[in-house]
Write a protein that binds this ligand. Structure first.
Ligand code: URA
Ligand code: CA
Length: 433
């Protein structure tokens, strides 16, 4: 086999076989195929797309390029949730204890944030003492005992994807449905989940800015998962504005606690109940997502979900008393209000700009090496559809420095206020199976 022939084949819109895809991915991972040939192939895929079979073969070739996590020591059906990334997406913090409270094992491998999207591990580390450096055996033990544990990414998972993603980033080939779908699914499959619930975001703060593309991506991932025997479904949810009110690590922990108590933002609660009900259903603990939802609502009402959060925190060294006394979370020195310049209704909030504003305060990383400030961030006071009076606060800034002029300006630019009444966007657009 020669790589040049395979590039030509894809360039001309023909289908690559499993053995050809295996040849490409192992050759690229091991350095026999150079970046320039892989770039040409990625561009050919970008224009010619891939069939369902090709996407599945590509995903599995990437899974097999490195280590695969073995979760067989953990009892029960392991259900993972993956979000395509958004601003102020506090769902994992809520879902992990909420779903575990119903006895579903949540063996979560999580990442840190880069750019304007936050990582679950950063958020959890806002709880004093909490750490994710636990070995495999301890991780399995914790999940078996408490039904929930979170660990940092370790080992050599999907090295082919790491290399290819970096290459796509500099060759304008990131935004390709077969390449995104296989990239995300290879990581989920290598992480060992039996079933996968995907939260595909659409809107200004998301990867997929419009619904049509979000649907296409969701279907591509669902097909790959089901093709390889992992029960997979996707929810398409709104990211035209940040989820909930809080964006920033400690602020989001606080928001998660409120939500587990049944007193959180309605959109965050609703998305957690939707995703959670599919997780519980796929985990085999309810005979329909509807009954699962009732059970989850009950776990919030009777305090089991909040209790599970405390157990989870203390099992990994965290101080569980933050749940009842949030002043023990890192606190910012200063707060500032961004006020409405005019009266009217909020028509849009550019989520990515809000995320960037939080990052500028220090809540997120500009580069992989940045050290983040766990206390800082922003809390939205107004969301799309809300009416505002001139001078009313739109956003509260939590900062450890006094000069926030640039951040204020960015937030002012993110809000569009119009005179006429506006309806808020739907939260859930579709479910894909
Ligand atoms: N996230 C991933 O992990 N891979 C992609 O290709 C795009 C987003
Ligand atoms: Ca939030």
């Amino acid at each position: 086999m020669r790589m040049v022939d395979l590039i030509e084949k894809k360039r001309d819109g023909k289908e690559l076989s499993k053995s050809e895809i295996d040849f490409i991915i192992s050759g690229y991972t091991e350095g026999r195929i150079p970046d320039y040939q892989m770039s040409a192939l990625a561009m050919a895929i970008f224009f010619q797309d891939m069939t369902r079979e090709e996407r599945t073969h590509l995903t599995m070739a990437m899974v097999e390029s490195g280590d695969q996590i073995d979760l067989s020591a953990i009892e029960g059906i392991k259900v993972d949730k993956h979000s395509t990334g958004g601003v102020g997406d506090t769902t994992t913090l809520v879902l992990a204890p909420l779903v575990a409270a119903l006895g579903i094992p949540v063996a979560k491998m999580s990442g840190r944030g880069l750019g304007h999207t936050g990582g679950t591990i950063d958020k959890l580390e806002a709880v004093p003492g909490f750490h994710v450096e636990i070995d495999n055996q301890k991780f399995n033990e914790l999940v078996n005992t408490n039904k929930v544990a979170v660990v940092g990414q370790s080992g050599n998972l999907t090295p082919a994807d790491k290399k290819l993603y970096a290459l796509r980033d500099v060759t304008a080939t990131v935004n390709s449905i077969p390449l995104i779908a296989s990239s995300i699914m290879s990581k989920k499959i290598a992480s060992g989940a039996d079933a996968i619930v995907l939260d595909v975001k659409t809107g200004s703060g998301a990867f997929m800015k419009d619904l049509e593309h979000a649907r296409e991506l969701a279907q591509a991932m669902v097909d790959i998962g089901n093709n390889v025997g992992r029960k997979t479904m996707a929810v398409i949810s709104d990211m035209s504005q940040p989820l909930g009110f809080a964006v920033g690590n400690a602020l989001e922990v606080q928001e998660a606690i409120d939500t587990l108590r049944g007193k959180g933002p309605k959109d965050l609660e609703e998305l957690c109940l939707t995703l959670g009900s599919h997780m519980v259903y796929l985990g085999g603990k309810a005979d329909s997502p509807e009954t699962a939802r009732t059970q989850l609502e009950e776990a919030i009402r009777n305090g089991n979900a909040l209790e599970k959060f405390k157990t989870f925190l203390s099992a990994q060294g965290g101080d569980p008393s933050v749940v009842d006394d949030p002043s023990k979370l890192p606190q910012a020195k200063y707060t500032f209000e961004v006020k409405a310049g005019e009266e009217g209704h909020v028509a849009s909030i550019q989520a990515d700009r809000i995320g960037t504003a939080a990052m500028l305060l220090g809540a997120g990383r500009a580069t992989k090496e940045s050290v983040i400030d766990l206390a800082v961030g922003v809390v939205l006071r107004k969301k799309i559809g809300d009416s505002v009076k001139k001078g009313e606060p739109l956003v509260t800034i939590y900062s450890n420095r006094e000069d926030v002029a640039e951040v204020k300006e960015m937030i002012e630019d993110a809000y569009r206020i119009v005179p006429e009444a506006v309806e808020g966007p739907p939260l859930i657009y579709d479910e894909i199976r």
